[in-house]
Design a protein around this ligand. Sequence first.
Ligand code: SF4
Ligand code: SF4
Length: 345
Amino acid sequence: MDLSARIKELAIAQGFDLAGIAPAVEADGFPRFLAWLDQGMHGEMAYLARLDMAHSHPASIFPEVKSVLVTAINYKPSQEEKPAANFGRVARYAGGADYHDILHEKLNRLLEQIRSLQPGIEGRGVVDTAPLLERDFARRAGLGWFGKNTMLINPRQGSYLLLGALLLNIELTPDPPFETRHCGSCTACLSACPTEAFPQPGVLDARKCISYLTIELKGAIAEEFRPGMGDWVFGCDICQEVCPWNRKPSPGENWREFRDPAMERLNLVELLRLSEEEFRHRFRDTPMWRPRQRGILRNACIALGNTGNPEALPDLEQACLNKEPLVREAAQWAIDRINERFSIF
Ligand code: SF4
Ligand code: SF4
C-alpha cells in the first residue's frame, strides 16, 4: 500500500468518517471569499477580514506544506428529541464537548502515527482556528460538493460534518476533486431559512444568519430577525435539517464523546437563574462559552419571547435587573412579546 493510501487508512482507524488528500495550492474559492468580504457579509467577524490574504494558500499557516489531508466526522445524532416548552435549541455540532479540542487531539495522534511511517514528516493540524478555507480543500480532496446552503455535502454522509485538516510537508497523491453538484432543482434550504440569509444559492449573508446572530454578534440582535430565531439559543440547523441528503440514518455513533444530552436542549428559565460562577462551571469547556453569559442570556430571552409562556415572566422580570444592558433590553422585549401573545396587561 502506498503512503497516501496508508495515511487515509490511519485517519479512518482514528475514527474520522472521511479522509481525502488535496494538493497544497491556492484555495480555488479564494476570489469568492474576497468578494464575500468586500460585500461585508462577514459582519463583525473582523478576524476574517484581518487575515484575508492569509486565506489564499495553506503555506501562510505552514510554509513547508505540500499536501493537505482533509478529514471529516459526522456529528448527526442518531435520535432527535422533540421540542419542549421553555427549552431552547442548540446547533447539533455544539451539543457536547468543544469539537475543536476533540478534533485537534485526534489530528495530533494521527500526525504522530504518520510521522512513524517515514522519517522527516512534519505537519500541522487545523480545526477552524487558522486562515484555511477548509471546505475548498475538502471539495478538492474529493469529500463532497457545496450545497446551495453553502455546506459541504458528502453523498454518503450528508452535511453534518466537522472538518479538520492536517497540513503535511510531503507530496502525497491527491484524490480526484469532487466536480459535480447534486442539489438539482431542490431549493428546500433557501426557502426554509427563517431570516432569509441566502441572497442567492450558495451565498450566505452571515449578518442575517441565526448562527452568527446568536454566537458572533456581540451587541443587540435587530428586531427584524428576532421572530425568525424561534427557539434557537445557540446556532441553527434548519438549512441542514431540510436537506434531503441528511435523511439517511446517522453513521456517527462512534462520536459519542461529542454528545451531551443536557447540552442539546437548554432549559431557558434555568439558564436565566444561573449565577456567573454556575454558568462558568457548566459552559467553560463547551462551544457555548464563546458568546459568554451575556450573549447566551440575550439569546435565551429572545427564545422565551418567541416560545415562552407566562410562567417565564417572573424570571424575565428578574433578568430586567441584570447588570448587562444587552440582557435587560432582550428581557423586556421578551416580556412584551409574551404579554402580547397572552393578552395579559
Ligand atoms: S443556519 Fe439557519 S439562519 Fe443560518 S442560513 Fe441556515 S437556516 Fe438560515
Ligand atoms: S436542501 Fe436541497 S438545495 Fe439545499 S443543499 Fe440540500 S439538496 Fe441542495
